[in-house]
Design a protein around this ligand. Structure first.
Ligand code: ADP
Ligand code: MG
Length: 435
């Protein structure tokens, strides 16, 4: 039995039989592609893959670490037999392709809306004229907004053209670099990265304060760029905002095109859910889809988690997925994300929206604008967090809890009589709960 399967056997002892049989059992370890620090498993479909990713990746990584004394990244991808056959043919063609691209990350599967159309157009363009349009392309945005998906979509296009594509995260790049130094194989490392046709490096923000690798990346960049090879980077923020970067590297990041990707609007979320349902063969009614789209955070990855949760629960419990059932399944998730909201986060959001400093909102100022902002803020803090009235009084610098209760009473009156106020509260609630 190979190490990958052995690890799953160990995991079997620690989880319920149902979960093992339903999910873990179906994983297949790829001995050939796995490396000392990367374990690759195949799942039969997206639901199984997502379920395991959400629940067990860490655990499996931990088991690997115990067994092998190495830090191992676990990568779970979907692969059906036809994919495998197709891949085999391709692999014959280009033995030296180093990429680990997820074939479902393509342009067709990517739902475009106002929030991501700029990034989409930029990547699409790059995929159609590699090395010419925007080089490098730097894409940034929050977690789960589709950066990796888009980047790999371009990678898949390149790969289908027979190009030698390298997709890697900064973390893997760094691990490989360190290992090359240790094993005296720097030459091979450089040869690999400086002679590929396209280099895609994900999550650049993790380069912060790592000087040696920044230098290596800089030279890699220069070599590729001068050969007209396409480079794509992603990060969670604009290059200017990434602290601890060498100035010359930072400036190179901005050399081509910097494209941002924003949290999806409601319609885009709906389109994404519909698309994921279709891909995963889950049938949901319109009202359930709308419900999920309104409660879910901006992080699209959560949508997949929720769909697999819904599907799995409904199978385990032998019930249909209806709205009531959906609400119950999502309750935990929502409570969890609400619990993470703090007074500071809420105040910051109100401050940004109304253009009034947080310190002013929390001051004793009596001007009309301040009173208005403070009321909204207090109401949201009361609704969206578990803080008690005395805690709120302290936070907003008020005498005691009666002052808060007084304010809340006033706000409730306004909510009944002042339509504008009500709309503002709703708007901010949506905004804050969907960050
Ligand atoms: P990021 O790299 O920005 O953290 P990912 O690219 O990993 O996010 O996206 C998280 C998940 O959400 C992926 O499974 C991806 O396929 C999906 N996703 C994100 N945005 C979209 C979109 N616009 N359309 C379809 N799927 C999306
Ligand atoms: Mg990513």
């Amino acid at each position: 039995m190979n190490i990958g399967q052995k690890i799953l056997e160990t995991l079997k002892e620690e989880i319920t039989e149902i979960e093992y049989n339903r999910y873990i059992k179906h994983l297949v370890y790829d001995i050939k592609k796995s490396t000392a620090d990367m374990a690759i498993y195949y799942a039969p479909n997206a639901l199984v893959s997502n379920w395991i990713k959400n629940k067990y990746t860490r655990k499996i990584e931990h088991l690997f670490e115990i067994k092998t004394n190495e830090k191992v990244n676990v990568n779970i991808t979907i692969k059906n037999s036809s994919d495998r056959r197709r891949l085999k043919v391709k692999e014959e063609k280009k033995k030296n392709s180093h990429s680990l691209l997820n074939p479902t990350h393509n342009f067709t599967n990517f739902m475009v809306g106002g929030s991501n159309q700029f990034a989409y157009a930029a990547v699409k363009n790059v995929s159609e004229s590699a090395g010419q349009a925007y080089n490098p392309l730097f894409m940034y945005g929050g977690v789960g907004l589709g950066k990796t998906h888009l980047m790999q979509a371009a990678g898949n296009v390149f790969q289908n053209q027979g190009k030698n594509v390298i997709y890697t995260t900064v973390e893997q790049f760094l691990n490989e670099f360190t290992r090359s130094i240790r094993n005296n194989t720097m030459e091979r490392f450089r040869e690999k990265y400086r002679t590929c046709d396209a280099l895609l490096i994900d999550d650049i923000q993790f380069l912060t304060n790592k000087e040696a690798i920044q230098e290596e990346l800089f030279h890699t960049y220069e070599a590729l760029k001068s050969d007209g090879k396409q480079i794509i980077f992603t990060a969670d923020k604009h290059p200017k905002k990434i602290a601890g970067l060498e100035a010359r590297l930072q400036s190179r990041f901005e050399w081509g095109l910097v494209a941002d990707i924003q949290p999806p609007e409601l319609e885009t979320k709906i389109a994404i859910i519909e698309n994921k349902c279709e891909l995963n063969k889950v049938v949901l009614t319109k009202d359930i889809i709308n419900y999920i789209a309104t409660v879910i955070e901006s992080n699209v990855r959560e949508i997949e988690g929720i769909l697999s949760k819904l599907h799995a629960y409904s199978q385990l419990m032998h019930v249909d997925i209806d709205l009531e059932f959906t609400k119950n399944v999502l309750k935990d998730q929502i409570e969890q994300s609400r619990a993470e909201l703090t007074l500071d986060i809420i105040t910051k959001n109100v401050s940004k929206d109304l253009n009034i400093k947080p310190s002013e909102i929390r001051s004793k100022g009596r001007s009309k604008n301040l009173v208005y902002a403070r009321r909204i803020c207090i109401y949201l803090c009361r609704e969206l967090t578990q803080n008690t009235m005395p805690q709120l009084a302290q936070y907003f610098g008020m005498k005691d809890h009666t002052a808060i209760s007084h304010t809340l009473k006033k706000i409730n009156e306004l909510l009944e009589n002042d339509e504008d106020f009500k709309v503002k509260i709703e708007e901010l609630t949506n905004k804050i709960t969907s960050v």
